[in-house]
Design a protein around this ligand. Structure first.
Ligand code: ADP
Length: 713
């Protein structure tokens, strides 16, 4: 082997380590006449040629302790390389592509061998679901005909049978049709979790329309924006609630009924729902999901077994795609859907509902899952299958759960809304032994490709971006052809003409057993309280304000193992900027949902820049405590107990100072932080305060009074 070949082999070894670990610095040890090491820096995305040149010129002699290096290349006396033959084949594939394309960034070099491609075929899933796609309401109707007296929905002591639900939905579908709702149109629904809401969804589908669930807790400006963006034809409302103002279409109360049966043709390609997610350009995007995508998820699924007799809890907001799993997994498999009555998701209330409803299948978003395992481990006793998803799950919590309840089946589900709730699901039926919780294999009717930036598949162990294909792929973003074309791209691996795959923006790697390990995001998207947030959406909203010249949003870990949004703004023009941060936060809260309202808005003179002129997010001033942002005057705590309570709030919420009449939720508290607060009170003072007490009396004064009234346990 020539020196050039040796150099390529060392460069290729470094590149392979980098592609597996995404490490910016990779150190390789090797021996020529004397032992040498070389450390390659990948931070500036070098080309193959640049890495080879660097290796040739920069190796330093010296014995290395092999534990300090990332890989060792062992050259035999004849110049050949010793090592795992499969690994050598891969390194040669890399060198061949590097030599052919010396100026390509190393992240774009092809690494797969023929064996790799054959193996990937076996793990990347099947785009055809086990059963042909059907409309959601048709599958439901079959169950209603087969088991009319089975209970379909239960909620706070009320029940509806499959027959009841079927008939009510038929009557409401007729009323919607009578009000002008036509196949292919969007019908918005405004109301809280209830049997009537689920009846409404089914009725909308029977009328051939797609539902758009509005979250009643969002500000009116948000409702208006979504109704307009989705061009909702009809608004279905809870008659007990004041419907969003300004809607010009027909408004139908959800108890309306008509007799004339609806006779419309609906196919699995018709849209079933629209679910809005955060958009980086400042406007939310409506993901348009057809019936076939839901059918592929819940009809004869390979990731869950749900049978008549099972009870699935509905606790997610219906505006959220986790509800797709809960509602349709239950109702399209003959099971009972137990609806958690509306109200904040308090841990003890949730645990009570799981027990009272005899829930057997329980899906909890990741943040909630962690909290329930910590605070309500006992409630999983009678559950058969626990699923979580939405964010990176902690192996420690999974282990705690499975050690306490070895009978449980546990699933970690992964997937963007654009591929209809779940793309991959990892299920375990034994104690967790390893240190990580994978996300996959792929679910039925779905394909997964992990690709490099040139859309070449990457072999096992190498990081790439996940692309999801198959029948779960959404139709696109409603009314946004450009954004749709950017994220829903032609699927070169499909056998179907015109098939598309969704580019997730998530990094992952295949594991040798064919499962998938989640690695992280390519961009700055984060999860805040289970909601997907593009910092760009908040940045754009702030930049629209005349008093703001520039805004940057970063995510910070919060005290509840989640994220909170921290905003830096540069004011437009000179002047007195006192109170600007609080005013902006207040302003944003009037238009955006609560998870997009920043924890703090900091006013700065300028933003630090990187050498190429971009905002240097790493150099932004660190902030762990935000100044108090409420409009009401600060009143100091009085007693020792009030002072302690205010201090705990300050720690948890990262706010100072905390006044005696400040509202926990107005200061940025939410249900998971409320659970943490009550946990701290229990541990530090031995006092059990019910979550309801905090919700009814959310100030320092009221909580301290409630604690004072309790006898320490
Ligand atoms: P979901 O309802 O699954 O939260 P979203 O569309 O709101 O759907 O968010 C999807 C994103 O959430 C994914 O692209 C990924 O970044 C993250 N995500 C979802 N599930 C998981 C998981 N199990 N592990 C890690 N990240 C996840």
């Amino acid at each position: 082997m020539t020196t050039g070949n040796r150099t390529s082999m060392i460069a290729a070894s470094a590149i392979l380590v980098h592609r597996r670990t995404l490490q910016e610095q990779v150190t390789i040890a090797y021996a020529e006449t004397v032992p040498k090491t070389v450390t390659v820096d990948f931070s500036a995305a070098p080309s193959f040629r640049a890495v080879c040149d660097f290796v040739a010129s920069s190796a330093v002699p010296g014995e290395s302790d092999e534990t300090d290096v990332d890989a060792v290349v062992r050259f035999a006396p004849d110049g050949s390389v010793d090592g795992d033959p499969a690994e050598l084949v891969r390194l040669r594939a890399l060198i061949t592509d590097g030599v052919a394309h010396p100026d390509r960034p190393v992240s774009e070099l092809r690494l797969t061998t023929g064996d790799d491609l054959a193996w990937l075929e076996t793990v990347s899933g099947d785009e055809r679901p086990p059963r042909p796609a059907r409309c959601v309401h048709d599958v439901f109707a079959d169950h209603a005909a087969a088991t009319p007296d089975a209970v379909a929905i239960s909620c706070a002591g009320r029940t509806l049978t499959y027959r009841d639900l079927h008939e009510r939905a038929a009557g409401l579908a007729a009323a919607l049709h009578g009000a002008g709702a036509r196949p292919g149109e969007v019908v918005a629904v405004f109301g809280r979790r209830s049997p009537e809401l689920v009846t409404g969804l089914l009725a909308i589908l029977r009328a051939g329309c797609a539902y758009l669930a509005l979250d009643p807790d969002d500000p009116p400006a948000r409702h208006e924006l979504l109704l307009r963006d989705a061009q909702a034809a009809v608004l279905l409302v809870d008659p007990a609630m004041a419907a969003p103002a300004g809607f010009t279409g027909a408004v139908v109360p959800w108890n309306a009924r008509a007799d004339q049966p609806v006779d419309v043709e609906v196919t699995p390609d018709h849209l079933a729902y629209v679910s809005y997610t955060s958009g980086s350009t400042g406007v939310p995007k409506g993901v348009a999901v057809p019936h076939r995508a839901i059918s592929r998820l819940v009809v004869a699924p390979n990731w869950i077994e749900v049978v008549p007799g099972d009870v699935v809890l509905e606790s997610a907001p219906v505006a959220f795609d986790a509800s797709t799993v809960e509602i349709w997994t239950a109702l399209l498999n003959g099971a009972r859907l137990a609806i958690l009555p509306p109200g904040p998701v308090e841990l003890d209330r949730l645990a009570d509902a799981v027990r009272a409803e005899n829930v057997t299948v329980l899906l909890l978003t990741t943040g909630l899952f962690h909290h329930m395992v910590t605070a309500q481990l006992d409630c999983f006793k009678e559950v058969r299958h626990v699923l979580t998803g939405g964010d990176v799950v902690s192996p420690r919590h999974v282990k705690t759960l499975l050690d306490a309840h070895p009978h449980l089946v546990f699933t970690n589900g992964y997937g963007p809304t654009e591929n209809t709730s779940f793309t991959t699901c990892w299920t375990i039926r034994a104690p967790l032994t390893g240190g990580s919780v994978p996300i996959g294999p792929v679910v039925s009717g779905t394909t997964l490709a992990i690709l490099d930036p040139r859309l070449h598949p990457v072999p096992v162990g190498v990081c790439g971006e996940m692309y999801a294909g198959g029948e779960g792929v959404a139709t696109g973003y409603l009314g946004r052809p450009k954004e749709t074309a950017a994220r829903f791209v032609p699927d070169p691996f499909s056998r179907r003409a015109g098939a598309r795959m969704y580019r997730t923006g998530d990094l992952a790697r295949w594991l040798p057993d064919g499962t998938v390990e989640f690695v992280g995001r390519i961009d700055t998207q984060v999860k805040v309280r289970g909601h997907r947030v593009e910092p760009g959406e908040l940045e754009a909203e702030l930049a629209r304000r005349p008093e703001v010249a520039q805004a940057v949003v970063v995510a910070q870990p919060d005290a509840s193992n989640g994220h909170r949004l921290l905003t830096y703004v540069v004011p437009a023009g000179p002047g007195d900027h006192a109170g600007l941060g609080a005013r902006l936060r207040d302003r944003v809260a009037r238009t955006l949902p609560s998870y997009l309202v920043p924890w703090a808005v900091l006013v700065v003179d300028e933003l630090p820049l990187t050498r190429n002129g971009k905002v240097d997010r790493r150099a932004l001033p660190a902030v762990t405590r935000s100044p108090r942002v409420l409009a009401s005057e600060y009143v100091a705590p009085d007693t020792a107990l009030e002072t302690s309570v205010a201090e705990i709030w300050g720690e948890l919420l990262g706010v100072e100072p905390v006044g005696i009449d400040d509202d926990f939720f107005e200061l940025g508290g939410h249900s998971l932080l409320a659970a943490d607060l009550l946990g701290i009170v229990r541990r530090r003072f031995g006092i059990d305060v019910a979550a309801r007490t905090l919700y009814l009396g959310p100030t320092v004064r009221e909580l301290a009074a409630a604690m004072g009234a309790e006898v320490p346990s």
